[in-house]
Design a protein around this ligand. Structure first.
Ligand code: SAM
Length: 328
């Protein structure tokens, strides 16, 4: 049996949140008032995750991404990445990080077999970085990005959530970096997940961003889409060495191509980021369930995957789980 959902999408990509803890508290992601954190025992151990990955591989998973919370705050992440690379059938392992701890981790990550990395960065201004994230750490993140570049990680994808009134006056500056660096600069639409701080809901969608970049910088030339690209639409400016991407979950959802499942830090399997439905893997895993029983839960999660998420740019509905524990 393979993970194929009722709409014939083959699910081969597992995003794994290894912790709900983060060293940042971005206004739009984890609100500043304290959300209780999971206790150590509530979080799946690396051994438990590896068992689930092996089961997933039998069902067709071949690609994994490690996320969080902030994955680099969890001890043992390098060894875990190395162990993932050794799972027969896993062909691609990647990592999403906020970059704060990256400079000290790059070499170990590369030694663990990591080839590519996604780094979240919403502003190029240190004071605004502090305002959005709650930590004065822009310089550290920038140094982390430079080290990742020098270390040869490729591609480096820099992900920016486009936020009206917060960073919308910087999107061109970020896009212009594609003339200097061979990175993929990707603009992500804000999604209504969890409890953000007030004022974070004013949406800024891809068509408007594209228009602004075209007016100010030049034509966005489409880059041929590869099967492995995921949901980003890819472009390049004439003469640039890097790329521009757009991830438009709200204005132009890409659910028909979705190949993902998400394993939360607390061992819940979600088949859609923008749906609260989840299947509990942790309880059976810890009560001695067989591989067959756990496989059945994977298959059930796949069978529950909706044809598309129910949110649109105009619906006020919010997803109640926190992005910081689902992993984005
Ligand atoms: N800590 C890591 C990081 O910052 O990349 C990984 C986890 S973080 C939840 C993953 C990504 O989700 C980040 O790029 C973050 O900006 C994005 N994100 C968080 N909340 C979001 C929201 N409501 N809408 C869109 N993207 C969001």
């Amino acid at each position: 049996m393979k993970l194929v959902d009722p709409y014939n999408r083959r699910l081969n990509y597992l995003r794994i949140s290894i912790t709900d803890r983060c060293n940042l508290s971005c206004l739009y992601c984890s609100p500043r008032h304290q959300i209780p954190k999971l206790s150590h025992e509530d979080i799946l151990s690396y051994e438990e995750i590896l068992r689930l990955v092996r089961i997933g591989v039998q069902l067709g998973i071949s690609k994994v991404r490690i996320t969080g919370g902030e994955p680099l705050v969890r001890k043992g992440v390098h060894e875990f990445i190395q162990a993932l690379h050794q799972v027969d059938g896993i062909r691609d392992v990647s990592l999403t990080t906020n970059g704060v701890l990256l400079k000290d981790h790059v070499n170990a990550l590369i030694d663990a077999g990591l080839h590519r990395i996604n780094i979240s960065l919403d502003t190029l201004k240190p004071d605004k970085f502090k305002k959005i994230t709650g930590l004065d750490a822009f310089d550290r993140v920038w140094e982390g990005i430079q080290r990742a570049y020098q270390g040869g990680l490729s591609p480096i994808k820099v992900n920016t959530v486009a936020l009206r009134h917060f960073n919308d006056n910087e999107l061109e500056d970020i896009a212009r970096l594609s003339f200097i660096y061979p990175f993929h600069f990707r603009f992500i639409e804000y999604m209504p997940i969890g409890t953000p701080e007030a004022g974070m809901t004013s949406s800024l969608h891809t068509p408007e961003i594209k228009q602004r970049l075209t007016d100010k910088i030049g034509e966005l030339i489409p880059v041929e889409h590869q099967l492995s690209d995921g949901p980003a639409e890819r472009f390049r400016f004439e003469g640039a060495i890097g790329e521009i991407g757009f991830i438009s979950a709200m204005s132009h959802h890409f659910c028909h191509t979705c190949n993902r499942l998400r394993l939360t830090a607390s061992g819940q399997l979600r088949s859609c980021l923008l749906s609260d439905h989840q299947e509990d893997l942790k309880t059976p895993l810890r009560s001695g369930a067989s591989d067959e029983a756990l496989s059945a839960i994977f298959l059930k999660a796949a069978s529950m995957k909706g044809v598309q998420h129910g949110l649109t740019a105009d619906t006020p509905v919010r997803i109640s789980g926190q992005m910081s524990s689902i992993g984005g």
